[in-house]
Design a protein around this ligand. Structure first.
Ligand SMILES: [Zn+2]
Length: 137
């Protein structure tokens, strides 16, 4: 009887460890996926910033060469580029922060209530800092 129970307990422990490791590995994989997606968006954002910075400069150079109407267009265009540039820079900071945080226990924890942020929310936007309930306010 003792052997049976001891074997059963070993069996359950082994099963549990296997299952636990499997879950842990799945979690790790998901976090690695998120990390990759952050890095991907970070690169895209850096690229967009570079493009927008070039664009803002080019418009300034061109202003001597173009007529009044297209100059107004260009100024509008430039203002939009600058606004876009500012947004991309804010996004870049958020992404850099998320990338630093993903290695810590703070990542994926709501800054308001301390609960885990829904995984799907993190997947669709790794820079969110609040769970759905707290975001609703
Ligand atoms: Zn919360």
């Amino acid at each position: 009887m003792y052997d049976f129970l001891s074997n059963l307990s070993d069996y359950i422990n082994n099963r549990f460890n296997l299952l636990f490791n499997k879950l842990l590995n799945e979690m790790k994989k998901k976090f690695i996926e998120i990390e990759i997606s952050i890095k991907h968006e970070l690169n895209e954002t850096l690229h967009a910033i570079e493009m927008l910075e070039n664009k803002s400069n080019v418009v300034e150079l061109d202003q001597q060469l173009i007529g009044r109407l297209s100059r107004m267009d260009s100024i509008m265009d430039q203002k939009m580029s600058i606004a876009k540039l500012e947004r991309q820079k804010v996004r870049l900071k958020q992404l850099e922060q998320a990338l630093n945080n993903i290695q810590t226990d703070d990542f994926g924890v709501c800054i308001d209530c301390g609960e885990d942020i829904e995984f799907k929310r993190l997947q669709s936007n790794p820079t969110v800092k609040k769970c759905f309930e707290c975001m609703k306010g």
